[in-house]
Design a protein around this ligand. Structure first.
Ligand code: B12
Ligand code: SF4
Length: 477
């Protein structure tokens, strides 16, 4: 029994973005851990598996077709996010067209919350796997191989004649140390040629918070489940040894949620003499000088903080992140003190934020480095002013986007959000798909364009400053 796992290609975006240029969509070569974990579990179960990452490797449907015909799978497993869901549907159609007897299975953070609808509108998809996929996919493939009924398999949605059946939810994997390491031996050699500069690794799943725009707590549970430090560092070491790679990115949502575990991982890296560098994401309220100094010593040189808004009221009442702006300022400063570069991420378009045309037109005319007086409180530009005070090395902005599985989607109306479209390809965080009780879609877009331009300047000025600083340090040392 052969299984081909395909990461659907990125959405093909037919429109021009800010300033008439194509949208600056994420162009990072990042091999997918979800399908790599599933591949490892299936291989351990005795199945022959191949991985086809059409997303990072920018494969077209024709190339995917060739891969399908060469490998001749019995099962095709497709992975997608929200914006490339339509591409995933095309991959399913193509699979059935080329191999009419193939079973098609789909999973990932979009279809997990739209399973019934996905099956209703996509006859070429046979089964949707909801949530964490490793155990479910193994049971499913075993059932397909043995021609057994799907009735007892938790976590799937499928068709029985004209009915759509939702089996019970699957319990989350209790002990993540029991999982094999992702099947990196199936990764394409093209990743390196195409510029992959860091290897992703995942050390924990789940989040006890429930930020309005994020589906992690629903997808991976409210309980923070973490791998042991030894198990994590074994994986880092195996990548260094087997692939001679020493730059990593921790894909965890909140790498340092458990400070003690994070310090133990750092100590283990140092004790084993691993010469690596790495980046991670975390919350501004879960770092301390002690932790950051351990992280820096163990090779961490970049932290990504989700700060989200510069308005405390919006953070408290709407976002539900349970952080303060003071904590954000402090966390950025502490990271810099420890010699770690920071990237701060912000979101605009929250209900309650007001447009401010006067300030927007002032910004259009002003030179960077200007000062401004006046009250931006409650306007969409309060976050911009705050970002300038927080002074992270880099700043990013996204539009509030109500992905299925988030509170912004499930409770849109009561939160003051009007969802304007479910053309999923638009859900890329850079196109407005909502309006709010305080901003029209035009207001949101216009503010976003201003932010993109302001943050471009902000980032390049900080980049130049950092370069100068580095040169000075190198010169005098
Ligand atoms: C690393 C990362 C990226 C990387 C690499 C993504 C990749 N290919 O893995 C990059 C930078 C490229 C990226 C890009 C984007 N990302 Co991103 N990313 C992540 C992040 C932080 C970690 C992904 C990861 O490694 N997860 C760990 C693995 C184990 O989990 P998993 O991928 O979900 O897979 C499990 C299940 O989903 C399921 N499963 C998945 N696929 C399949 C397939 C089958 C057949 C089966 C059975 C099961 C199954 O089983 C897997 C194992 O348990 C997640 C957050 C998160 N916590 O997951 C966001 C996340 C996936 N990203 C998100 C978003 C929004 C984006 C972008 C749209 C952002 C943008 N500005 O454009 C783009 C989309 C690009 C595109 N082409 O469409 C959202 C997705 C929401 C949604 N509904 O789509 C997430 C969930 C963040 C969030 N909390 O909102 N991302
Ligand atoms: S944004 Fe971060 S803290 Fe908030 S729910 Fe998602 S993972 Fe948790």
């Amino acid at each position: 029994m052969k299984v081909l796992l395909i990461n659907a290609p990125a959405a093909d975006i037919p429109i021009a973005g800010v300033d008439g240029k194509r949208l600056g969509l994420i162009n990072i070569i990042s091999p997918p851990l979800g399908t790599s974990y599933i591949a490892a579990v299936l291989e351990k179960g005795g199945f022959k598996v191949s991985l086809c990452d059409a997303q990072s490797l920018k494969m077209k449907l024709d190339d995917i077709g060739k891969t399908i015909l060469e490998f001749k799978p019995d099962v095709v497993g497709i992975s997608c996010f929200t914006p490339n869901y339509q591409q995933a549907q095309k991959v399913a159609e193509l699979s059935k067209h080329l191999l009419p007897k193939v079973m098609t299975v789909i999973g990932g953070p979009h279809v997990s919350f739209t399973a019934g609808q996905t099956l209703r509108e996509t006859p070429s998809i046979d089964v949707v796997v909801r949530g964490e996929g490793e155990e479910t996919m193994l049971e499913l493939v075993k059932a397909i191989a043995g021609k057994l009924p799907l009735t007892g398999i938790d976590g799937i949605t499928y068709r029985v004649k004209h009915l759509i059946v939702n089996n019970a939810d699957r319990a989350f994997i209790d002990d993540l140390d029991t999982l094999p390491f992702p099947a990196r031996h199936l990764w394409s050699e093209k990743y390196i040629k195409r510029g992959m500069h860091e290897v992703p690794i995942l050390t924990s799943r789940g989040c006890p918070f429930g930020c309005v725009f994020c589906s992690t707590s629903k997808m991976a549970g409210h309980l923070f489940r973490a791998r042991s430090p030894a198990n994590v560092v074994d994986e880092l070491q195996s990548v260094v040894n087997d692939y001679d790679f020493n730059r990593f990115v921790f894909n965890d949502d909140t790498f340092t949620l458990d400070n003690k575990r994070a310090i133990d991982i750092c100590n283990e890296i140092v004790e084993r003499g691993l010469d690596i560098t790495w980046a991670c994401s975390t919350r501004v309220d879960s770092v301390t000088p002690e932790l950051l100094s351990h992280m820096s010593e163990a090779g961490c040189n970049m932290i990504y903080y989700g700060i989200e808004s510069g308005n405390q009221n919006i953070l408290d009442r709407f976002v539900g992140k349970r952080i303060t702006i003071e904590q954000a300022k402090n966390a950025v400063k502490l990271a810099h003190d420890a010699g770690i570069t920071t990237v701060a991420s912000y979101i605009i378009g929250f209900p309650g934020e007001r447009a401010d045309k006067a300030f927007e037109s002032y910004l259009k005319k002003a030179e960077y480095g200007r000062t401004y007086e006046g009250d931006l409180t409650g306007t969409v530009f309060e976050t911009l002013a705050c970002a300038e005070e927080i002074e992270s090395d880099q700043a990013q902005v996204h539009l509030l986007t109500p992905y299925p599985g988030t509170r912004a989607y499930d409770e849109a109306e009561s939160l003051g959000i009007k969802i304007l479209t479910t053309e999923w390809w638009r859900y890329n965080l850079q196109l407005p798909v909502i309006m709010t009780n305080t901003m029209s879609v035009e207001d949101i877009w216009s503010a976003f364009v201003t932010y993109m331009r302001e943050f471009d300047t902000y980032n390049s000025i900080r980049y130049q400053r950092r370069l100068k600083h580095m040169r000075r340090e190198q010169f005098y040392s």
